[in-house]
Design a protein around this ligand. Structure first.
Ligand code: PEP
Length: 248
């Protein structure tokens, strides 16, 4: 039985006072819903999360990391730095990084390895654009993105990653994938992972991301291979984020 996981991706949003209000609002409503919950925040706010979420049921993490441990890489944040501030998760290969920073699947795979080496749980994001879906390339695209990671991690480490299926056309657009579209992609991704390590693949958490809201979360998360959500816009309001967690 896989545990559900809901991760909020704040993207480049927040400020100290607003974060405190958001985090305390989430904590106030967070009961034992039988799910793991986390927020992935801009790096400057990791210290705030460490101070305000320590010993709480809400974990935290980063939105990106460097493949390097340290050195002359201005602007980058290493896995060790994320760990230093108590991070548990880190997003790898979010579509906004792939699109705006030209991150390719090989780089994303190296970031996944760097995260694993530091003891972080990498959340490997994959997803097709609208053009790719309409061209019938969805499986080829997400397979390629996942395979780059599978090629470089050892079989046992499959148990230490989380995968997020995030169709690019659904992110921040209000267009959610139907539960069936999402389930088909999740089942496909799990089958690919099973080729590397079948028993472990059955336990890997695969999150759906793309305009998940309280009113569509229940149906999505009821699908056999959907193990939770990676939430953007709806993670910025405590009531919405909690509404999604409660939908489990
Ligand atoms: C995301 O940024 O990962 C995301 C899923 O965003 P949204 O929920 O706003 O579509």
């Amino acid at each position: 039985m896989r545990r559900k996981l809901v991760i909020g991706n704040w993207k480049m949003n927040g400020n100290r006072a607003g974060n405190t209000a958001l985090l305390s609002g989430i904590l106030a409503g967070l009961n034992d819903f039988g799910a793991d919950c986390a927020v992935c925040v801009p790096a400057p706010y990791l210290a705030q999360c460490q101070a305000e979420l320590q010993d709480s049921p809400l974990a935290w993490g980063g939105q990106d990391l460097s493949v390097h441990a340290s050195g002359a890489y201005t602007g980058e944040v290493s896995a060790g730095m994320l760990v230093d501030f108590g991070s548990r998760y880190v997003l790898c290969g979010h579509s906004e990084r792939r699109a705006y920073h030209k991150e390719g699947s090989e780089l994303v795979a190296q970031k996944t390895v760097a995260a694993l080496a530091a003891g972080l749980t990498p959340v490997v994001c994959v997803g097709e654009t609208l053009e790719q879906r309409e061209a019938g390339e969805t499986e080829a695209v997400i397979c390629g993105q996942l395979q780059a990671v599978l090629d470089v991690i050892v079989a046992d480490d499959l148990a230490k990653i989380v995968v997020a299926y995030e169709p690019v056309w659904a992110i921040g657009t209000g267009k959610t994938a139907t539960p069936q579209i999402a389930q088909d992609a999740h089942a496909f991704l799990r089958a690919r992972m099973a080729q590397k390590n079948a028993p472990v693949a059955a336990g890997v958490q695969i999150l759906y991301g793309g305009s998940m809201k309280p009113d569509n979360a229940k149906e999505l998360m009821a699908q056999q291979d959907i193990d939770g959500g990676l939430i953007g816009g709806a993670a910025l309001k405590a009531v919405d984020f909690l509404g999604i967690i409660q939908a489990i």
